[in-house]
Write a protein that binds this ligand. Structure first.
Ligand code: C2E
Ligand code: CA
Ligand code: CA
Ligand code: CA
Length: 278
């Protein structure tokens, strides 16, 4: 996309947009957004804490609304989930993200993992695994370069459809990670039952570091538990050098946040990857 530079992540302001648009207008607009090419993705770097290399990115969807400008996902994903529109929107996100990851791989000459957020609603769709499979086939992306971010809530739902979908995804060979870890209902049981690669420590635990001793204790405990289970840990929302230093000291594997890179266009990420290669 042309006018989505590096630093426009904060162009949209919360709640304002939805207040301006009625619920019905928002829904009509969202239905048209896909066919009118108004949705686009930004990608936020995930950095290996020890080597400081970019090991992957997380795809984050935005809506360039013809009248209201850039609308963030918190403003329309809930409605998309309610209406079921998240299913076609989610399929578009998967296809775009995987195509982009494949293009970076060719451009930079090394594999780059892309993480895509999946709603619980998408998991109830019996065609999800088929969609993932055909996206991987069409784009030629290696399954192990696609990571699906699920929340604790999605995995706690033991509906038959959810379990079947998880098994199919495991067979395809994509990675699963747990988003916003520590904020949902965690029975921890699912960590044994499902083949999870990584836990993402929610930003709310990271934001108080290093001063907040309770958040520090929680962060350390999550890292220790994850490593005990042979899972990798990603810290979200890292904004300061002090936070990064503390996380390194705790043995955190990966970090993501404004300090390390704002959500950026695919082009900008491609340039960063090329810069690293030099
Ligand atoms: P999330 O998955 O927890 O994504 C991280 C959010 O934190 C993103 O907000 C990102 O821009 C923001 N962020 C990253 N680093 C920092 C930081 O250092 N400080 C602060 N204050 N914020 C940071 P964004 O892009 O507005 O996305 C919000 C949520 O919308 C996401 O939360 C995710 O749950 C959802 N979302 C985004 N894209 C998709 C999508 O394609 N599909 C689905 N189902 N949900 C999506
Ligand atoms: Ca996420
Ligand atoms: Ca998150
Ligand atoms: Ca979050």
């Amino acid at each position: 996309a042309k006018n989505c530079g590096k630093n426009n992540a904060k162009l949209y302001s919360s709640a304002l947009t939805t207040q301006m648009m009625s619920h019905v207008k928002l829904e009509i607009g969202l239905r048209r957004a896909l066919q009118n090419n108004e949705l686009y993705l930004q990608y936020q770097p995930q950095i290996d804490v020890r080597s400081a290399r970019m090991v992957g990115v997380e795809a984050l969807v935005r809506w360039r609304h013809p009248e209201h400008g850039i609308v963030g996902p918190n403003e329309f994903i809930p409605l998309a989930e309610e209406t079921g529109l998240i299913v076609p929107i989610g399929a578009w996100v998967l296809r775009t993200a995987c195509g982009q990851a494949r293009a970076w791989q060719e451009q930079a000459g090394r594999p780059v993992r892309v993480a895509v957020n999946l709603s619980a609603r998408q998991f109830k769709d019996e065609n999800l695994a088929q969609t993932v499979l055909s996206v991987l086939n069409d784009t030629g992306l290696d399954p192990c370069l696609l990571e699906l971010e699920l929340t604790e809530g999605t995995l706690m739902d033991d509906a038959v459809a959810t379990l079947a979908t998880l098994e199919q995804l495991r067979a395809i060979g994509v990675y699963l990670s747990i988003d916003d870890f520590g904020t949902g209902y965690s029975s921890m049981n699912y960590l044994k039952r499902f083949d999870v690669r990584a836990l993402k420590i929610d930003r709310s635990f990271i934001s108080g570091l290093p001063e907040d001793s309770e958040n520090a204790a929680i962060t350390r405990a999550i890292i220790a538990m994850a490593h005990g289970l042979k899972l990798a840990v990603v810290a979200e929302g890292v904004e300061t050098g002090e936070q990064l230093q503390l996380l390194e000291q705790y043995g955190c594997d990966m970090a993501q946040g404004y300090l390390l890179g704002r959500p950026s266009s695919g082009e900008a990420i491609g340039e960063m990857l090329m810069g690293e290669a030099l």
